[in-house]
Design a protein around this ligand. Structure first.
Ligand SMILES: C[S@@+](CC[C@H](N)C(=O)[O-])C[C@H]1O[C@@H](n2cnc3c(N)ncnc32)[C@H](O)[C@@H]1O
Length: 303
């Protein structure tokens, strides 16, 4: 959906677009190439992403700036870069391919490494802390809510029984062993959902998201757009809910009657139903299977 995302920013006013999940800089590069009226402020909580994107986008140095920051602190990044308002913001949530591919980061069940999964390795809370420190009840919730794992209670019990678990290979083995043999043969690698769930917990991905979306909408100027690409039902629910809150201004009046509660509707939904990937995208990118793209356009300021 990269090209569709880039086209969404054709109509936004000239100015700065926030790439809230800079990663390797792929989306930023396309935006800079396609839209000479835009500059990019890129943020990422992973310093190695900042370094990679800065190198990739060196030829756009006059229109690109990167700040190491978590996206719920996006106004701090804007202050650092002296940016007062945004022409738009883009969130491409979750983990990047380089993060998954660097074995020593401990994100992947495909490579054996110490359990880590921190997008920002300077943060204190790693996958080893979640796996070895959470109660059985907490682990069950994490696996079920963040991984949609139907065998969450069995896996949580197996993790507790095998603690301490120190490596990705050990964790993958424990998870696979806890899933009934018949169920292991469907739906990709049996440890995939558990690894996703633990990664989301380590990085507090869902807790951070609502404030970040609200802050991006608040910082965007009229005519600007906020686009969010999510890969998990929990993320998509949050995006839908925050966009709806901005679209309705949290109006409390009975539906069908004129609004008298003073609600200010600050955005319109660019499409009511989220965009999902087409068959050709699915064939070339399996990660795209769960992708949902939602977009709003700012129509009024709330102050
Ligand atoms: C899917 S990748 C983005 C890929 C990017 N769009 C590209 O074209 O290369 C997600 C990136 O967002 C970063 N990220 C995830 N959550 C974040 C957060 N709360 N704050 C800042 N960066 C975050 C990750 O470190 C990762 O580099």
């Amino acid at each position: 959906m990269a090209h569709e995302i880039i086209e969404l920013f054709t109509t936004v006013p000239p100015g700065v677009v926030l790439d809230a999940t800079l990663g390797g800089g792929g989306h930023s590069e396309l935006l800079l190439e396609r839209h000479p009226h835009l500059s990019i402020l890129g943020i990422d909580r992973d310093l190695s992403a900042i370094a990679a994107a800065t190198q990739r986008l060196a030829r756009f140095a006059d229109r690109f700036r990167a700040v190491h920051c978590r996206f719920d602190h996006l106004t701090t990044a804007m202050n650092t870069a002296n940016v007062a308002t945004l022409s738009g913001a883009l969130f491409d949530l979750g983990v990047s391919s380089p993060q998954l591919d660097q074995a020593e980061r401990g994100f992947s069940y495909r490579h054996d490494a110490p359990l880590d999964m921190r997008m920002d390795p300077s943060e204190p809370w790693s996958a080893a802390d979640v796996v070895n420190g959470c109660t059985e009840q907490e682990l069950t919730r994490i696996l079920s809510e963040y991984g949609d794992e139907r065998f969450a209670p069995r896996i949580a019990r197996a993790i507790i029984a095998h603690r301490p678990i120190e490596s990705t290979a050990e964790l993958a083995e424990v998870v696979v062993g806890a899933i009934p043999a018949a169920a292991r043969r469907t739906g990709g690698h049996p440890a995939k959902r558990s690894f996703q769930a633990i990664r989301i917990a380590v990085n507090r991905e869902l807790e951070i998201l609502p404030a970040a979306i609200d802050a991006a909408i608040a910082a965007t100027t009229v005519g600007g757009r906020v686009a969010v690409l999510s890969y998990h039902s929990g993320e998509d629910r949050i995006v839908k809910e925050r966009f709806r809150s901005a679209e309705t201004g949290d109006c409390t009046c009975p539906s069908g009657l004129p609004c008298v509660c003073g609600a200010i509707r600050t955005v319109r939904l660019v499409r009511r139903v989220p965009r999902t990937p087409g068959a050709d995208e699915l064939a070339s990118n399996r990660r795209a299977a769960s992708a949902r793209l939602r977009v709003v356009e700012k129509i009024a300021l709330d102050h």
